[in-house]
Design a protein around this ligand. Structure first.
Ligand SMILES: [Zn+2]
Length: 244
């Protein structure tokens, strides 16, 4: 019986190895198809872009860039500039990382503010952010590099992911106001905190960019009457989660 049991184990092991090999080959084949499809789209879309490119527009930035905004956004693939800017070239100095944070990208942010002199620093968080979710939980088993970036986020462990998203944007704005306080004081820089809500978690509609912080002002009524906002139509303000 022992001998039979041993043979059965070997038999099962062979089956599992064969299945594992098959599964690994299948996933490699799937990855190959996905990669090929992506590269096809990438270069095809670029061909389309080149064919429609305005040379007058291109001439504006051949020698140097002149963006109006430095942006710090989450690297999440669901957050893209086409949701809020129809012509981002030469206007957005775009920095992305997990959790839309300044501290892990300070060199890039300083370059945008101190060398390119953008008058706007825009922080963009987003609903249901995986980085915020991770930072709120136990991420001790992540790789050192991921832990290193998440360690910059200091969020209260209680509360929902979306509450963490809002709190993180406010913290990033506060950090920037301190870091660039002279420019802010002189009126050369404004720090804007927003949340891109593709899920409609905050009740302003799917895909809305919501203003939640302007130079540290978080109150929705005061934001509405802020000198930079007053009189402008169609601005979603305030980041309270829907209750239903
Ligand atoms: Zn995210």
């Amino acid at each position: 019986m022992i001998c039979l049991g041993s043979n059965m184990k070997k038999y099962h092991l062979v089956i599992w190895l064969a299945l594992g090999l098959f599964s690994s080959q299948a996933s490699a084949a799937n990855a190959q198809t996905e990669i090929r499809d992506f590269l096809k789209t990438l270069f095809s879309d670029n061909n389309q872009y080149v064919s429609e490119l305005s040379h007058a527009h291109l001439a504006e930035y051949l020698e140097q860039q002149n963006p109006r905004a430095t942006i710090v956004a989450c690297a999440d693939s669901r957050v893209q500039s086409n949701a809020f800017h129809s012509s981002p070239e030469n206007d957005l100095f775009f920095i992305r990382n997990i959790g839309n944070q300044i501290q892990s990208a300070q060199g890039s942010v300083e370059y945008g503010i101190n060398h390119l002199h953008t008058p706007i620093l825009l922080i963009i968080g987003h609903s249901h952010c995986g980085a915020i979710q991770a930072a709120l939980g136990d991420y001790s088993k992540e790789s050192p590099a991921i832990r290193h970036e998440l360690d910059f986020l200091h969020l209260p462990k209680a509360g929902t992911v979306d509450e963490g998203v809002i709190e993180n944007v406010h913290q990033q704005v506060a950090f920037a106001l301190k870091k660039f306080k002279d420019k802010v004081r002189k009126g050369e820089l404004i720090v804007v905190g927003t949340v891109y809500d593709f899920r409609d978690d905050f009740g302003h509609g799917h895909g809305r960019l919501i203003l939640i912080d302007l130079n540290g002002e978080k109150d929705a009524v005061k934001l509405k009457n802020h000198e930079y906002i007053k009189g402008l139509d169609g601005i979603a303000i305030g980041g309270s989660e829907k209750t239903q």
